[in-house]
Design a protein around this ligand. Structure first.
Ligand code: NAD
Length: 389
């Protein structure tokens, strides 16, 4: 039995879906269902018998302890986090609450459980902590990419809260011997990404004939990785990673933000031309830069390649083509997210459940169509994006 947290979010749901498709091992999925958690990412998984979804906070040690005792997992993968840099600038509290305090409480509950395991199971156990390259701060144009020994220098409250979590994870290994592994990954993109992040936001605004915002001069550089490649890296770490180690994960795809946006526009021009025949690039609008905006991230993924034989399968071009195709084919998902209708659907399901949340097989196959729901009202006041219609 595998135990994941944050498995209703973007990366976590991609991981869960792929896991259930490609293994026979059951999975417990604990998610608080914040604005970023969406059960509509898991519609297939929720119908199956091998997926146990529980709505809970990683900071609720009592529930986590009960679940560990009940399901007796062999490993936990911690995807749960507040993850959006702009939100952390606006209001850092929730970031410290979940990313630091939540992770610490999760570590304590896991540590208590692990401490009671028979000796022979202890060394096999794993706590995999999913982190970000943003903990390393920003690179100049000619700096070498971040490696596992790069010093931490977080610049946003998000990155600082993730850095704090990474240090706590490390300390539980050094102090208590908990078999942890931390992964620091670059920018992900792919299906089910909440449309507040650059790539889905660009696609959504392009198709909706809205301004496509680009921070500053658009020359900030990110290293992009297709989400399925990140998930396969996490699986490699789970299978063969060494306890106490850190592995950096990257897609070997450094791009400026404006190049990413222009490429999306070009693909959409071919796949779904604007009615007036103009390029989507005409919607690009440069906006005031984000405060403390890191200039460049780049990852040296040599360690995971050498030690675990992992490398990304998608180039940026192939991954982006797949991503755009997915968003074009799943406009109902986008509409449900951008109108907030997915929150109603989640609430309706949760009302039918006990205090531990949803038993996977009790959910309907498909969400009700967005057209049956009230539109344009944000039910989640912390989410400015969802008020945008
Ligand atoms: P996301 O925001 O899409 O999903 C986060 C999930 O965690 C949501 O389902 C949310 O409901 C859940 N969650 C939040 N607080 C919780 C809590 N207190 N208890 C339980 N569940 C909670 O994020 P994502 O993009 O899928 O990122 C997943 C992880 O990967 C995060 O730790 C993030 O820092 C890390 N990461 C993300 C990227 C990226 O580009 N998206 C890159 C590197 C690392």
């Amino acid at each position: 039995m595998l135990f994941v947290t944050g498995g209703a979010g973007f990366i976590g749901s991609n991981f869960v879906n792929n896991w259930l498709k490609t293994t026979s091992e059951p999975i417990v999925n604990v998610d608080k269902l914040t604005y970023a958690g969406n059960l509509q990412n898991l519609t297939q998984a929720l119908q199956g018998e091998r997926h146990f979804f529980i709505k809970a906070d990683i900071g609720d040690s009592q529930i986590i302890s009960n679940l560990l005792s009940k399901y007796k997992p062999r490993a936990i993968i911690n995807f749960a986090a507040e993850s959006h840099v702009d939100r952390s600038i606006h209001d850092p509290d929730e970031f410290v609450q979940t990313n630091m305090l939540g992770t610490m409480r999760l570590l304590k509950a896991v540590g208590d459980y692990w401490g009671r395991l028979p000796e022979r199971q202890k060394s096999e156990w794993r706590f995999i902590h999913i982190s970000t390259d943003e903990v390393y701060g920003s690179l100049a144009a000619d700096d070498p990419p971040f490696c596992e020994t790069s010093p931490y220098a977080p610049n946003s409250p998000y990155a600082a809260s993730k850095a704090g979590a990474d240090h706590l994870v490390r300390s539980f290994h050094r102090t208590y011997g908990l078999p942890v592994i931390t992964t620091n990954c670059s920018n992900n993109y792919g299906p089910y990404q909440f449309p507040e992040k650059l790539i889905p936001l660009t696609i959504h605004h392009a198709l909706d004939d809205k301004a496509i915002p680009v921070y500053g001069d658009g020359l900030n550089i990110r290293d992009w990785i297709y989400v399925a490649d990140h998930c396969s890296a996490v699986r490699a770490v789970l299978a063969h990673g060494r306890s106490g180690e850190v592995y950096n994960i990257g897609g070997v795809s450094e791009k400026t933000n404006i190049d990413v946006v222009n490429l999306i526009c070009s693909i959409l021009d071919a796949e779904r031309p604007r009615a007036d025949g103009a390029s989507y690039k005409r919607q690009v609008t440069f906006v005031k830069d984000r405060p403390g905006h890191d200039h460049r991230y780049a990852i040296d993924a040599g360690k995971i390649r050498r030690e675990l034989g992992w490398s990304p399968q998608e180039t940026f071009d192939t991954g982006l083509q797949k991503t755009i195709r997915w968003y074009l084919d799943n406009q109902a998902w986008v509409t449900n997210v951008t109108t907030g209708a997915y929150r109603d659907w989640v609430c309706a399901q949760l009302q039918r459940t006990n205090r531990f949340g949803v038993r996977a097989s009790s959910l309907p196959a498909e969400p009700a169509p967005a057209s049956t729901r009230s539109r344009g009202r944000c039910r989640n006041r912390c989410c400015p994006f969802m008020t945008s219609r």
